[in-house]
Design a protein around this ligand. Structure first.
Ligand SMILES: C[S@@+](CC[C@H](N)C(=O)[O-])C[C@H]1O[C@@H](n2cnc3c(N)ncnc32)[C@H](O)[C@@H]1O
Length: 267
């Protein structure tokens, strides 16, 4: 199953609209907000900083970056015109603009920006080394790079051995993450692209009763299994109903480990 994000412009428009909603839902989650604050605080934004968010989706992280002290401009870049239209409709600050583009060819002059952020984007890019080389090209010497991503091999909704909901979580990872192992190789990849690591952090994201984000992972994973012919629609409906039951009774459990790396371009 190809990663839907890596092939976003070929995806079913209904799914793309659903993902747009989920991106905003996830961004508003207090745990997700705290993780973003923690790693963005590791960046010493220079006064008048020009910032790029690569793979901005509906622009939640770009909007937050635009409101940080010292930040002059933020450009959100994404290959999806649908996400970009949603981003422009969400009332971004005046210093925040959105343009169509690809991580591997950003379209910015060499040495022209201060900070490049990949927030849950790099794991979706085939050829992440090319994207890191491109970030190094557009950054000024000493410029800042931040990569935040899921360590998606840890994605779990199982509450015991052979929990059938876990097949949906795996279906989500298989259909929505190009490289679920990526963060484990990032320290070496950053060094090879000319970056010096400033910080690497690990975050545990957990949802239980009242969960809102991780149930969407089960749903989307179930739909992906049906689309791939590995699960019938009735079984998928039953697994979604079981997820809703666990959420309603407080029995739901979902966990993903995330990691952030903040680095500077060597001078
Ligand atoms: C999980 S979303 C993250 C969106 C946003 N950063 C956030 O956290 O809300 C991944 C984004 O990467 C974008 N993407 C996929 N392939 C890309 C590529 N080659 N270059 C840049 N962005 C890409 C997708 O369109 C999608 O918006």
């Amino acid at each position: 199953m190809p990663d839907v994000y890596a092939t976003i412009n070929d995806a079913d428009p209904v799914l793309v609209s659903r993902i747009a909603e989920v991106l905003e839902l996830r961004a508003a989650d207090p745990q997700q907000q705290a993780m973003r604050r923690a790693y963005l605080d590791d960046i010493d934004f220079p006064d008048g900083a020009e910032v790029i968010e690569v793979g901005c989706g509906t622009g939640a992280v770009a909007r937050e970056l635009a409101r940080r002290p010292g930040v002059a401009t933020v450009t959100g870049i994404d290959p999806s015109p649908t996400f970009l239209a949603a981003a422009r409709d969400l009332d971004p600050p005046a210093n925040c603009t959105f343009v169509e583009g690809d991580a591997r060819a950003l379209g910015f002059p060499a040495g022209s920006v201060d900070v490049v952020v990949f927030h849950t984007t790099l794991c979706h890019v085939p050829g992440p080394e090319l994207a890191l080389d491109e970030a190094a090209r557009v950054l000024r010497p000493g410029g800042w790079l931040a990569v935040f991503d899921g360590d998606y091999v840890t994605t779990t909704v199982a509450t015991g051995p052979a929990d059938p909901l876990q097949a949906c979580a795996q279906g989500f990872v298989n259909s929505s993450v190009h490289d679920p192992w990526l963060v484990r190789r990032l320290p070496g990849m950053l060094g090879r692209a000319g970056f010096e690591l400033v910080s690497m952090r690990s975050f545990g994201y957990v949802e239980t009763g009242g969960a809102r984000y991780m149930p969407t992972i089960v749903e989307r994973g179930a739909d992906a299994l049906v689309a791939a012919g590995g699960l019938g629609p009735e079984a998928a409906a039953a697994l979604k109903a079981e997820t809703r039951r666990r959420v309603a009774t407080g029995e739901f459990f979902g966990h993903i480990a995330y990691a952030s790396l903040v680095a500077r371009l060597g001078v």
